[in-house]
Design a protein. Structure first.
Length: 215
């Protein structure tokens, strides 16, 4: 049972006791009431708007007290993969040096930020992953990305043989739910968190043989 549903149940149970109601609303009615309470407790603040509470299918299914069934998970993944936009001109890689700056930067999308422009955002990669062995502080929610391109045999990202892993990595960064319906990874492209050039730079950090990640 989610926190919001528990809150709604508690509130309604007290009301029922006080008013001698015959019964409680159904779970669906409770969910609707809990959602209304949550939305009523938020307000627009700076660039953070209340519309952030609106959930798409993936968010709804994965924030439930039960994981989505196989059919729903496949539907989420298919829709997410269809949302992926390839880079203009087929150029997947940028500058790994800029990608490292993005990986180190955790700023963006808070109500205190002056703009929602992706240029103001970081990728915050180290919050969830190990990327460079020189780093002593990194998260472990996601797998290590050290030698990401090297262990996958990417010697030349422009080589057609490397195309599958290059395209997969781009899609994973664009919309991670394409490969795992309830992925915790930010959907950088789909949600407009990073722009196309920033995504290219993160791609270079992971795949460019000259990147320190692949040394």
């Amino acid at each position: 049972m989610t926190m919001h549903r528990r809150l709604a149940w508690t509130t309604l149970a007290v009301a029922a006791t006080l008013t001698s109601c015959a019964g409680l609303p159904s779970p669906a009615e409770l969910d609707a009431q809990a959602t209304a309470v949550v939305k009523a407790s938020f307000r627009d603040q700076g660039i953070a708007k209340v519309d952030r509470l609106n959930q798409d299918l993936g968010q709804k299914a994965c924030s439930s007290d039960k994981p989505p069934g196989a059919d729903v998970a496949k539907q989420i993944e298919a829709a997410s993969l269809a949302s992926v936009k390839p880079p203009a001109g087929g150029q997947y890689l940028g500058d790994w040096r800029e990608g490292e700056k993005l990986a180190q930067n955790g700023r963006g999308m808070t109500w205190t930020d002056a703009s929602a422009d992706p240029k103001s955002n970081g990728a915050n990669c180290y919050n969830c992953h190990q990327i460079d062995q020189k780093e002593i502080a990194y998260g472990t929610i996601g797998p290590s990305l050290w030698n990401y391109g090297k262990v996958r045999g990417v010697k030349d990202p422009a080589d057609p043989a490397s195309a599958p892993i290059v395209q997969y990595t781009w899609a994973k960064l664009w919309n991670s739910k394409a490969f795992a319906a309830c992925s915790n990874m930010p959907r950088f492209g789909h949600m407009g968190l990073l722009n196309e050039q920033q995504l290219r730079d993160v791609m270079a950090l992971l795949l460019d043989p000259k990147s320190p990640v692949n040394q």
